[in-house]
Design a protein around this ligand. Structure first.
Ligand SMILES: [Zn+2]
Length: 91
């Protein structure tokens, strides 16, 4: 799927979880990871910002547009960054 494709409510995308804090040596106990997320809202003026219902293995949480939403950061743009979303990678 191209990065210019417009998300729609009900679609499944990837949300990047925040890893645990970076240690002094630069390592992390848990690095940012892809999580399944359902699109709950799409910013009418910028489709790269969406609301998400995130499904973690042990719980779920919600990011509404009112609380800032989530910004698109395509995987081609570099390392995974916590708090962003992207189109699911091809497998
Ligand atoms: Zn992903």
């Amino acid at each position: 799927m191209s990065t210019t494709h417009r998300p729609f409510v009900g679609q499944i995308v990837h949300y990047v979880s925040h890893g645990t804090p970076v240690r002094e040596d630069g390592s992390q106990a848990f690095r940012p990871a892809c999580r399944a997320a359902i699109v709950t809202e799409v910013d009418p003026t910028y489709a790269g910002r969406i609301g998400l219902a995130v499904l973690n293995p042990t719980g779920q949480f919600f990011h509404s547009l009112d609380s800032g939403g989530c910004e698109l950061l395509p995987v081609e743009a570099g390392p995974l960054k916590g708090g962003t979303w992207h189109w699911p990678e091809e497998v």
